[in-house]
Design a protein around this ligand. Structure first.
Ligand code: PA5
Length: 429
């Protein structure tokens, strides 16, 4: 279950013009549903949920099991939308440190990432770490020519070829259905392949094979994840009492009122990667024509000791979205101590989740008092189903929010600029 509490925003919104803006938000929602808004040829992320391909989900689950049985590590090679979704879901669901299996089920593969930056040291040390291990590789690139994963995959491919006779069985390519360098290479080498639908952009692709295969290999239930999103899509078809419209509309009004930055704050570090996925979804979708809220994730209470001062008391241009968990795992409690030197005996017997909840509630109240509009989104727990719901909620909200801003939420022309400069420096012909 997911609960939404947006009351912490109301004091910052001028309600006198509410009904006009509400009409516009409903029109934006209708445009999304009817496929009449900007970039409507990029709505495949809705089509896959409207027409679920159960055979594909089963096929990916089976390959995930094969990888879990045969590999110590699945190395995912991709950047941006080609890895952030998988990383978000796997981190949210995984224990902080690898646990020993207590029953006979195979230990899931550890999913590691490469090609998501250009650090040569990382890649070299990663391959050193993989020496002697059973490795599968999932290279994920829609275009097949993105620099970071493409150069990393050159190195990884020859590393795999030198070590594994059944290398073509161990490398799986997730790419465009027909064209592109990776599709051609996969054909030549006999790799197994998955298709990234033409009409699904990278940041909307976590529920395609892009995200689903790594998640399945990590041992998680992709059917529940997928159908969680399907059920949220059903909930968000209605116009009234629609939390995605409510979120998009309030964000838009805050944007128009001069707020510039939205922080997603989490109180469990394993949700930070969900924030990184959200950051890309909102940053690439909204940041156009000099518009949009700048999205940034922070992990509390850690970052309260670095960013807390600014959020509380710095320039008043920040809004905050708390992503919280109703109940966290574990039951560590504060032990009594005879000397009580640290004066913490008043906490004796109190659980860490309860202290963390007080940290969240206290922070939320303090930030609100300090002039920060607060959205709160609470997951009852981190299940696959809840995470699927959350993914679709944000996808729907960013589309409606993009239409309210009057931009195309599905393209990303601005990311080409740094590439052109970099390629010039590298002497690309
Ligand atoms: O959201 C996007 O479109 C981007 O982040 C892409 O996913 C990223 O640039 C990787 O592109 P490709 O999958 O073509 O390698």
């Amino acid at each position: 279950m997911i609960q939404f509490d947006f009351t912490g925003v109301d004091a910052f919104i001028d309600k006198s013009q509410w009904s006009g803006y509400e009409k516009r938000a409903h029109a934006a929602h209708e445009a999304l549903l009817n496929g009449t808004g900007q970039g409507s040829d990029w709505l495949g992320w809705r089509t896959i949920l409207k027409e679920p391909n159960d055979a594909l989900l089963e096929n990916i689950t089976a390959l995930g099991q094969e990888i879990a049985e045969r590999a110590d590590v699945l190395l995912c090679v991709g950047i941006g939308g080609s890895y952030l979704g998988a990383e978000a879901i796997i981190e949210a669901l995984s224990p902080y440190f690898p646990q020993k299996q207590t029953d006979d089920t195979p230990t899931p593969a550890r999913v590691l990432f490469a090609g998501h930056h250009i650090s040569g040291a990382y890649l070299e040390e990663l391959l050193g770490h993989l020496e002697g291990k059973s490795v599968y590789v999932n290279v994920i690139s829609k275009s097949g020519t993105t620099l970071e994963p493409a150069v990393a995959f050159r190195i990884i491919r020859s590393w795999m070829e030198e070590r594994f006779d059944d290398c073509h069985q161990r490398i799986i390519a997730t790419t465009d259905g027909e064209k592109g360098a990776l599709r051609t290479l996969a054909k030549q080498k006999g790799y197994r392949t998955y298709v990234i639908p033409q009409d699904v952009g990278g940041r909307f692709s976590v529920l395609t094979p892009v995200g689903l295969l790594p998640i399945a290999a990590a041992g998680y239930d992709i059917q529940s994840l997928f159908y969680g999103a399907v059920s949220m899509m059903g909930t968000l078809e209605k116009a009234d009492g629609n939390p995605a419209i409510d979120y998009a509309l309030r964000r838009y009004l805050l944007h128009e009122a001069g707020f510039t930055t939205e922080i997603m704050s989490v109180f469990e570090p394993r949700l930070k990667a969900v924030g990184a996925w959200w950051q890309q979804l909102f940053g690439e979708s909204e940041g156009k024509n000099h518009k949009g809220l700048f999205p940034v994730v922070s992990s509390f209470s850690t970052d309260l000791h670095s960013l807390g001062q600014y959020i509380q008391d710095g320039k008043r241009n920040i809004i905050e979205t708390f992503l919280t968990l109703e109940k966290e795992r574990g039951d560590l409690r504060v032990p009594p101590e005879a000397a009580n030197l640290d004066q913490l005996n008043y906490l004796t017997g109190v659980s860490f989740p309860d202290i963390n909840r007080a940290a969240f509630e206290g922070t939320s109240r303090a930030h609100l008092k300090g002039g920060v509009p607060i959205f709160t989104i609470s997951l009852s727990s981190t299940t696959e189903e809840n995470l699927g719901r959350l993914i679709y909620f944000f996808e729907h909200a960013v589309a409606v929010g993009g239409y309210l801003l009057g931009i195309n939420p599905f393209d990303q022309p601005g990311v080409e600029a740094y590439k052109q400069e970099m390629f010039r420096l590298l002497g690309r012909p």
